[in-house]
Design a protein. Structure first.
Ligand code: GUN
Length: 300
């Protein structure tokens, strides 16, 4: 083929979305937290309570403990047997509420079926509720008052703030209305002056609604439910889903989000990957909340 011009290349019509690297952002956030912890005259402490033997919960709790120690905080792990009585668990939470070395308390969910999680969460002192799950902290968030904000929504908003200087007037669509993720994310987007629409399983014409979103947050827990052609070209997509599915290789699984990434990344302007997007932000924000709680409790 020497001497001949190269054949014309097909014009690239669609540019790939910018990937929002939550893993790197979380590492940076943890480094900032560690630097601040090192300056404090006291050591922030996080207590994590795990009831039972759920394998996924054991992995989460081990990761939390490891990262807590890495930023210089004290980690108090309480592992209770699966048949622990409600009264016993409540007594532990109250003991942690009264312990001055403990600034944050997290009771890993889900709890075994015989336990009443609402009652356990309600027993956590709102000042130590680093999951932001108590009614007091949910109310503070809804009222725009300082409190403790659930970790995954906080992680999402930090990623968005980093990429979008001013969210004023942008249409944000949040799919999913859970107390842990959907509702608090909607509140945070509202605080950023977005026009927020909450979508859920009963929403009519979900694809059409999503196509009107400048910011699309998917928090439904259904693998690749949000299709590429539901996304407005150039939109910012935050995928909160962490779904384990068969990988195609026998006996192996892989993680996918709530968004069909392989198509969405050819339409969106920016997108969080799974894994490596929102996921790593959750523990980093738990540590941030523990630092916030410690500073408020110690009045510093
Ligand atoms: N289980 C899965 N995610 C979470 C979380 O963010 N907080 C608690 N307490 N339990 C969980």
């Amino acid at each position: 083929m020497e001497g001949r011009a190269a054949p014309p290349q097909p014009e690239r019509t669609r540019k790939l979305a910018e990937i929002i690297d939550g893993k790197a952002f979380a590492a940076n956030l943890r480094a900032q937290i560690a630097a601040e912890v090192a300056t404090l005259p006291y050591q922030p402490g996080l207590a994590v309570v795990l009831v039972g033997e759920d394998p996924a919960s054991k992995v989460y709790v081990a990761n939390k403990a490891k990262q807590t120690v890495e930023v210089g905080m004290a980690s108090f792990e309480h592992k209770l047997p699966a048949d622990t009585a409600q009264a016993e668990l409540l007594a532990l939470v109250r003991k942690l509420n009264d312990d001055p070395k403990v600034h944050g308390i997290l009771v890993q969910l889900p709890l075994p079926k015989h336990l009443n999680a609402d009652e356990v969460v309600a027993a956590i002192s709102p000042e130590k509720d680093v999951d932001g799950l108590t009614v007091v902290n949910a109310g503070r968030l809804a009222a725009g008052l300082p409190g403790l904000v659930p970790c995954t929504p906080l992680g999402c908003i930090l990623l968005l703030e980093d990429r979008i200087e001013d969210m004023t007037g942008l249409h944000a669509v949040v799919i999913g209305r859970s107390n842990l993720v959907g509702k608090p994310i909607a509140q945070l987007l509202l605080q950023k002056n977005c026009t927020v629409t909450m979508a859920h399983s009963k929403t009519k014409d979900l694809p059409g609604l999503c196509r009107s979103a400048d910011i699309l947050v998917a928090a439904v827990g259904r693998p690749e439910m949000v299709k590429g052609d539901w996304i407005k070209p150039g939109a910012v997509v935050i995928d909160v889903g962490i779904n384990r599915v068969p990988s195609g290789v026998e006996g192996k699984t892989k993680l996918v989000g709530d968004v069909e990434f392989g198509w969405a990344d050819k339409v969106a302007g920016m997108i969080t990957p799974v894994p490596g997007g929102v996921g790593p932000m959750t523990i980093a924000c738990l540590l941030r909340n523990t630092l916030t709680a410690a500073k408020r409790l110690e009045n510093l």
